[in-house]
Design a protein around this ligand. Structure first.
Ligand code: 4AD
Ligand code: MG
Length: 432
């Protein structure tokens, strides 16, 4: 008997096959039992008809509990009533692992309860759909950057530098020295860009941020491209092409997940149209002030109501350009004519999902960078390797970081970033 996965059922119509699955749900009467089966690749229905199987098989089916694992054998048939399109007419069931009193029942559960049971909650169809979108974004990212000639480079996780400021660092002992968990691989990616031209990284990053919002994780995954001989305007084009590619890949390859999540495809389709609008920081402040935001003035960073208002003024992701130097990290290129600005951009997602990309052109001048490192209270000895990049053939270069979980949250159309990563690390939560 051939053992197959549910996702491949379409290639086996009319054949008798075996599938290893879990019982997600079950309905039965005296004559027929409907098993909702899942095997990690998809969900579909198993139909057990009392008059067509041995009595003990029908009794086994009737007694199956939620999340019992089974080997089920039967004939694959078309099932036009389900979105999946196929079902299995069950002939035999072999119980592999019993399950009793599975804690996550089809009724509603509170968030804390679900988070405490994250190791089991991952099995639900909604979480499964979200993880499929996450997986697609990772796959499509590698595809995009490989297609565009980028080299994948892996920066270290244990580092001695703090690119994004010293306030939210996780510190750890590194034998007799101090080390930090990486906030961003950027500085290493700049070194890599000087060696390979166009590079990208994908890895976990850590921020000890005391923010308890629906957009903040303590541990999140970032894609960080860095490009030598590239100014900011060209980098913005790479960014919008990349994000449009991600959206298109989800539309092309995650139809079922979008259906489970009730995410409207026509909303996502708008986000594949280029270019994305651009607005300067100066104009964004004006826009807010003209629309009744009295709590913000030039020099402030945007809070999430501000980002949402700006995003709602456009029908696609929007770039906010050139922020005040005082609220951005030390490495950004100064504006050529405005001393108080740096050459940078954040990409703000539509529908209130907030910033998904932060990026900039990088400062290339040795003396300027040294001055900035000192002005930010950083130890110049720890950055001497980084300063070397400006001593030996410094070139214009730009890069950016896309937050994977924020992007998943947006494209999946879900409420909270904690569902966009398998095991979220949150303020006050490191379990399970
Ligand atoms: O804007 P950020 O801090 O930029 C950097 O780290 C740069 N060094 C990247 C670079 O130029 N190579 O972070 C980049 C993105 C944000 O736009 C956001 O999507 C995500 O990372 N991000 C977070 N996601 C979840 N939880 C958090 N606490 C996040 N902080 C940033
Ligand atoms: Mg940022």
């Amino acid at each position: 008997m051939e053992q197959i996965q549910i996702i491949d059922a379409k290639d086996h119509v009319g054949e008798v096959v075996t599938i290893g699955a879990w019982v997600a749900n079950k309905r039965s009467s005296g004559k027929i039992a409907f098993l909702q089966l899942r095997d990690g690749t998809a969900y579909f229905q198993g139909v057990v008809v009392k008059s067509e199987v041995a009595e003990e098989i029908f009794q086994t089916a009737k007694n199956l509990n939620q999340e019992t694992s089974i080997l089920v054998t039967g004939e694959i048939r078309e099932d036009s009533r389900s979105k999946f399109g196929y079902e299995i007419g069950v002939q035999n069931i072999e119980v592999i692992g019993e399950s009793h009193d599975y804690p996550i029942t089809p009724k509603e559960h509170g968030t804390d309860f679900l988070m405490d049971h994250r190791h089991l909650w991952l099995r639900s169809s909604r979480q499964h759909a979200i993880m499929q979108i996450r997986n697609e974004l990772i796959r499509a990212s590698y595809e995009f950057f490989n297609k565009e000639g980028f080299v994948k480079i892996d920066p270290p996780i244990l580092t001695g530098s703090a690119p994004e400021g010293t306030t939210d660092l996780f510190e750890t002992n590194y034998f007799d020295q101090k080390a930090y968990l990486s906030q961003s691989g950027q500085l290493y990616m700049e070194a890599a860009a000087m060696a390979f031209g166009k590079v990208f990284s994908f890895g976990p990053t850590f921020r000890a941020e005391k923010s308890k919002t629906r957009r903040h994780l303590i541990e999140f995954w970032m894609l960080e491209p860095e490009m030598a001989f590239m100014h900011q305007e060209e980098s913005l084009e790479v960014q919008e092409q990349y994000v449009a590619y991600l959206v298109q890949s989800v539309l092309d390859n995650c139809d079922y997940a979008l259906h489970v999540l009730k995410r409207d495809r026509s909303v996502l389709e708008k986000y594949t149209q280029l270019p994305f609008p651009r607005i300067t920081y100066d104009d964004a402040i004006k826009l807010l002030q003209e629309n009744g935001f009295e709590d913000i003035e030039w020099g402030d960073d945007f809070g999430s109501p501000h980002e949402t208002f700006i995003a709602n003024s456009f029908d696609r992701p929007v770039f906010i350009l050139n922020y005040p130097k005082a609220i951005k990290p030390f490495y950004m290129k100064p504006h050529p004519t405005r001393e108080d600005l740096v050459i940078c951009a954040d990409m703000i997602a539509p529908e209130g999902y907030g910033e998904i990309i932060g990026g900039s052109e990088r400062a290339t001048d040795y003396e300027y960078l040294l001055e900035q490192i000192r002005a930010h209270g950083l130890d110049e000895n720890e950055y001497s390797w980084y300063l070397d990049l400006r001593k030996y053939g410094s070139v214009p270069h730009s890069g950016f970081g896309l937050g994977l979980e924020r992007t998943v949250t947006w494209l999946a159309g879900i409420e909270h970033v904690r569902e966009a990563i398998p095991f979220p690390r949150l303020l006050n939560r490191i379990y399970p």
